[in-house]
Design a protein around this ligand. Structure first.
Ligand SMILES: Nc1ncnc2c1ncn2[C@@H]1O[C@H](COP(=O)(O)OP(=O)(O)OP(=O)(O)O)[C@@H](O)[C@H]1O
Ligand SMILES: [Mg+2]
Length: 342
């Protein structure tokens, strides 16, 4: 068994402190964080063992009324959502022509909602974004919210699904009520969490109920003023049943050679660069936009720390090599272990 890491130790410390102070609120918070982390890492069996150990599926919430509240959270719909009131972007996402067309079209439909309404038509309201991490799904959701001057609400599905507390379904309903009653872009992040839960034969009651509630809420969602965006890294979640639930499906692929160059030019604007953008882009083949952005920022930090005024191709190449080595060390996450179906 691997030794506990720093985050494990922090959670253990919280559990000890909760025990010492008889602080059930803190205890539940730490327990929930631990379970959320396991779910985010796709360790579903371990997460379920922890949930069972906590007595969550024993139907005992009536005897333990304190389990019916989310710790440190109130009971309004917005508590499950991180809301960014007016998201702003430093730069526009670099997207493939096809992706950009789909996004422009969505924005245009919402901007011209009234024109569509005259003909009995509504803009698209439920859209699925899929593609590898760091290729602009969240960034583009911000762009849409910013273009349409709407707030952006991000729901973290792993933590919602693992929530140990009654009232989560009610809170989800109020999130959707919110989206029916006011204009908002809702991003359902890590949407495949739902597919995994539904697929899991070892039913753990409450979380399946939450998943079903969420799917029903999506099904019934009718406001043409708000937009619901589901995001996933997993292509396999795209079966026919999923397609049916969305008005559009948009792919966010890794950047092509040409897109890497556009992104690099954007990132290096105003920088004295002694290398060729083409060569740097070649050194970054197969990397995501987020990786390219990190590499460039790190190379710029090195330039500043070494009191240089120019960035060299060698800086970028060195950072790219380091990032690839680091990624080889972290790519143990079993992202394609199962083939969930919604
Ligand atoms: N298409 C893009 N154009 C420019 N920058 C990008 C793009 N995609 C990602 N980035 C950079 O990477 C960061 C992270 O991207 P983002 O959060 O949008 O990725 P994501 O697709 O949502 O990833 P995940 O699947 O992990 O949630 C952005 O804040 C931005 O700096
Ligand atoms: Mg994201």
């Amino acid at each position: 068994m691997a030794p506990p890491n720093r985050a494990d130790l922090d959670l253990l410390r919280l559990l000890f402190e909760a025990h010492r102070d008889s602080n059930e609120e803190l205890f539940l918070h730490a327990a929930q964080s631990l379970i959320s982390r396991e779910l985010s890492a796709n360790h579903h069996t371990e997460a379920q063992k922890l949930i069972r150990a906590l007595g969550r599926d024993s139907g005992d919430r009536v005897e333990r009324p304190r389990l019916t509240r989310l710790p440190n959270r109130g009971l309004t719909g917005t508590d499950l959502v991180t809301v960014h009131d007016s998201p702003t972007l430093d730069a526009s996402p670099v997207l493939s022509a096809d992706t950009r067309d789909r996004i422009d079209r969505l924005i245009s439909e919402h901007k011209q909602r009234e024109r569509l309404a005259v003909h009995g038509l509504a803009p698209k309201k439920k859209v699925l974004f899929w593609g590898p991490p760091g290729c602009g799904k969240t960034m583009t959701a911000s762009l849409i919210a910013s273009e349409l001057q709407m707030p952006l609400g991000i729901l973290n599905l792993p933590s919602i699904v693992s929530s140990l507390f009654g009232g989560t379904s009610t809170q989800l309903k109020s999130v959707f009520d919110l989206a029916e009653s006011q204009r908002i872009v809702i991003l359902l992040d890590e949407f495949d969490t739902l597919a995994k839960e539904r697929d899991d034969d070892r039913d753990i009651g409450e979380s399946k109920r939450i998943v079903n509630t969420l799917l029903q809420l999506m099904e019934r969602f009718s406001s043409s003023r708000s937009v619901i965006i589901a995001a996933t890294n997993h292509q396999y979640a795209l079966d026919e049943a999923v397609w049916r639930r969305f008005d559009d499906v948009v792919h966010f692929p890794l950047p092509t050679e040409q897109q890497r160059q556009v992104l690099l030019r954007q990132l290096l604007s105003g920088v004295r660069y002694a290398g060729s953008v083409l060569d740097s882009s070649k050194a970054m083949q197969g990397l995501s936009h987020a990786d390219i952005s990190k590499i460039t920022t790190e190379a710029l930090r090195t330039m500043v720390l070494e009191s240089r005024e120019r960035l060299n191709l060698a800086d970028i190449k060195a950072e790219s090599t380091r990032m690839r080595a680091a990624m080889r060390g972290t790519h143990s996450k079993p992202v394609r272990a199962r083939q969930p179906r919604l």
